[in-house]
Write a protein that binds this ligand. Structure first.
Ligand code: AMP
Length: 322
């Protein structure tokens, strides 16, 4: 099932203890799309300025990502983000965010982007996430990511957006901040109880169900990610790496692997616990490749075989024989 993603398409300036890049391709939608493209057809929706280069667009085309809804805004500047990491790569400081063309952006989706059965609302202003959600009323699986900035300045809109989704993928600190619950499980249970105002959202829910989010993924940086549904709990460590160079985009690459894997199977399978766990492994694998080099540098050279081998290693690492 093809996936539509809306989110930032960016130039990033990043400094880590292992080097720096002053202007590289980034953005939540870009990292997501590259990762998901290993599993399914992806269509990217979002604006860029006329400073956005053709080679950057080609990076997406090379992975057969549909960029026809990447809107070039004449006279506009591409979204720009600057961040810096200390020795603890788990924490980063945002030094600059320039929304550029995202200010005043009104998403207009082509019939192709509206026809996707899977939708990922990557990290961007929640009002925009809701506008895009409204244009895919019949999507079968809708997932959403966000960040502390939007919880701080647009919480109400974000909560409304979440109510219209099947799956929420957030850092665990953001889940606690969003719900005011200091305990991760309680925070996830809170979000799982949020229901849409009416039967607005279709999704994978069957008739008679309450609706609202039914899958929560809590990202925990180098410690991995946890999966919480109404019935179950599952957790995976991050893939152990000796060298992490740049964590930027790890969360979006995780989401791309996770949602991409689900999208490739939802046509023939139910959204079972087994499917969700396998998706967690693929998200974890994609995130681990992403952090090995700066920005998109590693993922653009990645192969299906490398992904399969890393998922196999994850099986070994997490094997229990008791
Ligand atoms: P991640 O490391 O997965 O959380 O995502 C990093 C990406 O998010 C970078 O490539 C940035 O361009 C993008 N980003 C940072 N801040 C924002 C924001 N406020 N809105 C949308 N995208 C952002």
């Amino acid at each position: 099932m093809p996936i539509t993603v809306v989110g930032s398409i960016a130039y990033d300036a990043v400094k880590t203890p292992f080097g720096e890049r002053e202007r590289m391709l980034g953005g939540a939608a870009v990292h997501f799309a590259l990762a998901a493209s290993f599993f399914e057809q992806v269509r990217v929706v979002g604006p860029v300025g006329d400073d956005f280069g053709e080679p950057e667009l080609q990076v997406l085309r090379d992975r057969e990502i549909d960029v026809s809804d990447v809107e070039r805004v004449a006279g506009g500047k591409t979204f720009f983000w600057r961040g810096e990491y200390g020795w603890d790569l788990n924490s980063r400081e945002t030094l600059d965010t320039k929304l550029g063309v995202f200010e005043g952006f009104a998403p207009k989706l082509s019939p192709a982007s509206r026809s996707s059965e899977v939708l990922f609302l990557a990290n961007i202003q929640p009002d925009l996430q809701r506008e895009v959600r409204a244009q895919l009323p019949d999507a079968r699986f809708v997932a959403l990511d966000s960040m502390n900035l939007w919880i701080d300045i647009a919480r109400e809109s974000l909560v409304e957006a979440i109510k219209l989704c099947d799956c929420v993928i957030l850092n665990d600190a953001e889940l606690r901040q969003l719900t005011g619950q200091p305990n991760l499980l309680s925070a996830a249970r809170d979000v799982l109880s949020w229901a849409p105002p009416s039967s607005e959202a279709g999704g994978v829910r069957g008739g008679g169900e309450v609706g609202g989010p039914q899958v929560i993924v809590a990202k925990q940086g180098e410690y991995g990610a946890a999966l919480i549904t109404r019935e179950s709990f599952f957790a995976l460590p991050a893939f152990p790496l000796e060298s992490v160079v740049d964590p930027t985009g790890a969360g979006d690459s995780f989401a791309g692997g996770f949602v991409g894997y689900i999208a490739a199977r939802l046509g023939s399978e139910q959204l079972s616990d087994e499917l969700l766990r396998a998706a967690m492994a693929h998200g974890t694998a994609l995130a681990s490749f992403n952090v090995e080099e700066f920005g998109t540098e590693r993922v653009v050279r990645l192969t299906d075989e490398e992904i399969a081998a890393r998922v196999q290693e994850l099986r070994e690492i997490t094997r229990l024989s008791c």
